[in-house]
Design a binder for this molecule. Structure first.
Ligand SMILES: Nc1nc2c(ncn2[C@@H]2O[C@H](COP(=O)(O)OP(=O)(O)OP(=O)(O)O)[C@@H](O)[C@H]2O)c(=O)[nH]1
Ligand SMILES: [Mg+2]
Length: 322
């Protein structure tokens, strides 16, 4: 019978070094493929293998009776992710993850209500944050109270699915081995069934990938939540000049962006070809896959970012000015 790699779920094989699941023949009793072993022990970066397609994942889960936990990084809640969530036709729980990265000064008490209203989610929603078990126990209790013994965990790549399973392993002092996790996309390559204890089994899954992702490498777990007061005609440059936004009106902005690099204000107008029309006060400009800017005052915003990577919505957080 073929075995799977415990780190990424790929079927183990010793024939082709370039293919997923490769394990040298003399190491064939190991639990991890060479890629996972190197990622876990030597911090080698993730080699980009093709993940399972969205349809493959959804078909498998919808064709099954099991419960689904759907994880979403708070920086990456957008229409496409919610569409994927909506296409899951099983009993499910939406978990907003990485919430400990939301700065303390931000008013976040209403995050669940916000997601309900802005994205029309009517199922259960929970908040989780941090790899130090914050929220993990509460989700475990939620599953136990409902008698859920087996659940899938789904979400975008890098939303923290495998980390969550490893946290459950730790909290429950399970004897099972940890799964591979990594700050780059597409770490888990196939489904992995993990028996946490007699009461709970979780099935990890390969992450979905956004169709429009401004930067698939923007996952540094490093959030700059800075506030700038912009004057009409001024430009903000984000992440060392990767993204530019110029504002037609005076407005405070709050930046929630994942990625290392400096944000800088320019006093001179810069030629930017794409126009965004913020029709109301308190809107977020999302850079898909990267994060968002909250803009307090309505107006026209010019940017160099291709509009296919932009989504505009009501602001998730009121911001520290409130
Ligand atoms: N700050 C923070 N980082 C987290 C949290 N959960 C996971 N991470 C980090 O997010 C990154 C991705 O975690 P993974 O668990 O590998 O994500 P995944 O959803 O399994 O990703 P794929 O296997 O690629 O689909 C890692 O760098 C984790 O350390 C969290 O609650 N807070
Ligand atoms: Mg994973």
């Amino acid at each position: 019978m073929s075995r799977i790699c415990y780190g990424c779920g790929a079927t183990l094989q010793s024939e082709n070094k370039e293919e997923v699941g490769y394990i040298p023949a003399h190491k064939s009793d190991s639990s991890y493929c060479m890629r996972c072993f190197r990622m876990m022990h030597y911090g080698e970066s993730n080699k980009g293998y093709e993940p399972k397609t969205r349809d493959q994942i959804i078909k498998r889960v919808n064709g099954d009776k099991r419960f689904v936990i759907f994880l979403v990084d708070f920086l990456n809640i957008n229409t496409e992710v919610i569409n994927i969530y909506n296409s899951i036709k099983r009993d499910k729980l939406l978990v907003i993850n990485k919430c400990e990265l939301i700065p303390d000064e931000v008013y976040k008490r209403k995050l669940i209500d916000y997601v309900r209203e802005e994205y029309n989610v009517d199922g259960d929603i929970k908040i989780k944050g941090g790899t130090k078990n914050h929220g993990v126990n509460s989700i475990y209790r939620y599953l136990r109270e409902r008698g859920i013994e087996e659940t899938y965990i789904l979400g975008l790549s890098n939303s923290g699915k495998s980390t969550f399973i490893n946290d459950l392993i730790k909290v429950n002092k399970s004897k099972v081995k940890p799964i591979n996790t990594n700050s780059k996309a597409n770490t888990t390559l196939d489904f992995i069934k993990v028996k946490i204890n007699e009461d709970l089994t979780i099935i990890d899954s390969p992450g979905f990938v956004l169709e429009n992702n401004a930067d698939s490498d923007a996952y540094d777990q490093y959030i700059k939540a800075l506030t700038f007061n912009m004057k009409a005609g001024e430009t903000i440059s984000l992440i060392n000049g990767k993204y530019y936004f110029m504002f037609s009106e005076d407005t405070p902005i709050n930046i929630f962006i994942n990625g290392k690099g400096k944000h800088k204000k320019y006093y001179k107008e810069i030629e930017l070809k794409n126009n965004l029309n913020l029709e109301r006060d308190n809107m977020d400009i999302m850079i898909l896959g990267v994060g968002f800017l909250r803009v307090k005052n309505k107006g026209i915003v010019k940017t160099n970012v291709d509009t296919k990577y932009i989504e505009i919505r009501n602001s998730m957080f009121g911001g520290p000015h409130e």
